[in-house]
Design a protein around this ligand. Sequence first.
Ligand code: KG4
Length: 390
Amino acid sequence: MKILAIETSCDETAVSIVEVSGAFPDAEYEVLGTGLYSQTDIHAEFGGVFPMMAKRAHSENLIPMLQKALTEAELLEAGGDALSEEVLSELQHILEREPALYAALTTFLEAYTVPEFDCIAVTNGPGLAPALWVGVNFAKALAKATGIPVIPVNHMEGHILASVYDVVEDNKLASVAFPALALLISGGHTELILMTDWTHHEKIGHTRDDAVGEAIDKVARLLDLPYPGGPLMDKKAQVAVKKQLPLYAPDLPRPMLSSGDFDMSFSGLKTAVRYLLTNVQLTEDEQTAFARDFMTAVCDVLLAKTSAAITEYGCKTCIVGGGVSASSFLRERFKSYFAEELSDCELYFPDPALSTGNAVMIALAGHAHIDTKRTAKSVERIQADGNKSL
Ligand code: KG4
């Protein structure tokens, strides 16, 4: 089976082609081709993702990314057919809000043959609604032109599966022992998800204000680091450890540690940083030490809530996913904590290339729900849902 996967929930325009042999969750997943366009440079001057700019960039980049993925997969074949007036008008209707994409798609369909994919998996939430709609409408238009069924996919489920997908050794998902706990940490989400099996998800905790990635990016700005600050904060934190720099802000708060539930809060921590930095000029080493001390406070909160949930629910597995899980500083902290305190619980992180937005994880989640694929009429009813939850 070949899955074409599409991801446009935030600021990455991603298309992947994944060949699947076997049934979920024991299948082998071979990534045949990928096109990934990161819009970071576009959003850098705004200091965050600007939804309408993201939408436009997705419209412009989906066809180039599709062509790149097809070329890499050696599936790009010249020889499309002229499209009938009827099909053209249906595609125009589906893509009426994305005229650039309509023009590029029709040109593509007349020049190339679309391979016989078994299904198209597309992220339909959560994320930025204008950005999500571009991917969803693109999937619908492709389905209309080719008859290929579509599976709407939850982006967060993609993050979970990416974390247990072994892209180096065997191209398979790990054999996860349940119950499992997923800690999902990204620019828009911070949540703890209890999984009793692969497809049963219960949200048992979440941030009550800022997502952890959002807080890290905002603190990076306060430290005069360019957007997106997460990767730089991470690098600085590691440098501080290596250089054994003295503590600069050891008393940063660890909010909600004794709240008695699994919810979190990061806005107070961010505000504490703002106060500490007002009218202060840091040296380079102090800035580096500050990044480490802030990341330490973040990790303390995440570890405390995660380990309490693991103990409460007797979890045998902990799956960390989302953009912030790319942090090497965080990975080190988690690994040493688990080795000392939770050695019975298996800990998983995604391959670094699959930590942030990508379409491989959308193919994995699509395959998990292959039985829900929508054909013909019901494809039309697929909606983008910015607040979709697991
Ligand atoms: O999952 P993601 O790519 O997008 C969504 O928000 O959905 O997550 C982006 C977040 C940003 O806040 C970014 O700064 C953070 O992940 N991030 C990192 C690292 N790489 C990305 N944070 C810490 N260390 C990193 N290496």
